[in-house]
Ligand binder design. Structure first.
Ligand code: UDP
Ligand code: MG
Length: 329
């Protein structure tokens, strides 16, 4: 298949052959956990009494993830494999899966069993009962996460809510059920550094929440090192708020005030003949002001970088293979 310029929806909204539910699973080097995940997911979906497909998105894994999915597909016709050409990141993998999924409802879920598959049934019931377009999986218990992860996550959600003014649910990651209309609306936005957990609440569709206990990763290791977490935080802030730019302005104004007072003092000392020996104060001023300038430049750089990559509009992923296209041939 050729490169996708943007994620697109493959099936018209009212296609009668479309399944009721698509479960989109991003996978990056998940060969250890994949059999466990499939064993737990399948009975849940089979027992829900809805037509479904499972869209496994192999995000450029270097292990046997894709091969394992292909093996599982022999016994599980509802399982579909999409391979991205290179590791494109969690958000891009989810976007790719959602763009190619065909269901009336769509769920995104991690492959590592931290999000319990059983909750999917509860999400669909809640959506139907409450007439909601979006049902967020909200982590009511994160005791299996490290203290560091819990603290940084808590700070992340509060900071983003404060800066963006968005009514994004606290402690909701990317385990969520969405109607097709919601997904179409989200994917139609030409965002480059997508953070779906914020884009979705920003659309304002009626929503509900389902609480669940975040479990420990069933096997394998986290694919979210600190660097990726920081990137997601920067994307979340710059994508939904210009507060840091305002902060830079205020900070610079404060610096300007301080400089004015300092200058008055320096000139006063000079005029009264009290020259200061001043290496320490000189260094303090240079270092202090340089730091402020570099910080403001860095903040500006984050936004300029965002404008730059948005303007280039390069695809954030390439789909190399889709098993559904195989079937159609
Ligand atoms: N993932 C992905 N691409 C990446 C990193 C992660 O598709 O570049 C997938 C991963 O396989 C998993 C989900 O995203 O299904 C969440 O990743 P992980 O569980 O490692 O993150 P954590 O729970 O530690 O934050
Ligand atoms: Mg995980």
């Amino acid at each position: 298949m050729e490169a996708e310029l943007a994620p697109h929806m493959t099936v018209p909204h009212d296609d009668p052959s479309a399944p009721e539910l698509s479960v989109v699973v991003p996978m990056y080097n998940e060969e250890d956990v994949l059999p466990l995940f499939a064993d737990r997911l399948r009975p849940v979906l089979d027992g829900m009494g809805v037509t479904y497909e499972v869209v496994a998105v192999d995000d450029g894994s270097m292990d046997n993830t894709a091969l394992l999915v292909q093996k599982l597909r022999r016994e599980w016709p509802q399982l579909r494999l999409i391979c991205l050409r290179a590791n494109s990141g969690h958000q891009a993998a989810i976007s790719a899966g959602l763009g190619l999924a065909t269901g009336h409802w769509m769920v995104t879920i991690d492959a590592d069993l931290q999000d319990p598959p059983e909750v999917i049934a509860e999400m669909l019931d809640t959506a139907r009962a409450e007439g909601a377009d979006v049902v967020y999986g909200v982590r009511t218990d994160r005791s299996t996460d490290t203290v560091f992860k819990r603290q940084t996550a808590g700070l992340f959600y509060r900071l983003i809510r404060r800066l963006s003014g968005l009514d994004a649910p606290l402690d909701a990651g990317d385990f969520r059920l969405m109607s097709r209309a919601t997904v179409e609306a989200a994917l139609s936005l030409p965002e480059h550094n997508r953070v779906l957990r914020l884009t979705i609440p920003s659309l304002g569709f009626p929503s509900a929440e389902v609480g669940y206990r975040r479990e420990a990763r069933a096997a394998g290791e986290s694919k979210y090192p600190l660097a990726k977490m920081l990137r997601l935080t920067a994307d979340s802030i710059t994508g939904f708020s210009v507060a840091p730019l305002r902060f830079a302005t205020w900070f610079s104004l404060l610096g300007f005030l301080f400089a004015t007072v300092l200058l008055a003092y320096v000139l006063g000392s000079w005029m009264t003949g009290h020259t200061v020996s001043g290496w320490t104060s000189m260094m303090a001023v240079i270092v202090g002001f340089s730091a402020v300038q570099l910080l403001c430049l860095g903040i500006l750089g984050e936004y300029v970088g965002r404008v730059f990559s948005g303007q280039q509009a390069r695809p954030t992923f390439y789909v190399a293979y889709d098993s559904a296209a195989d079937r159609a041939r």
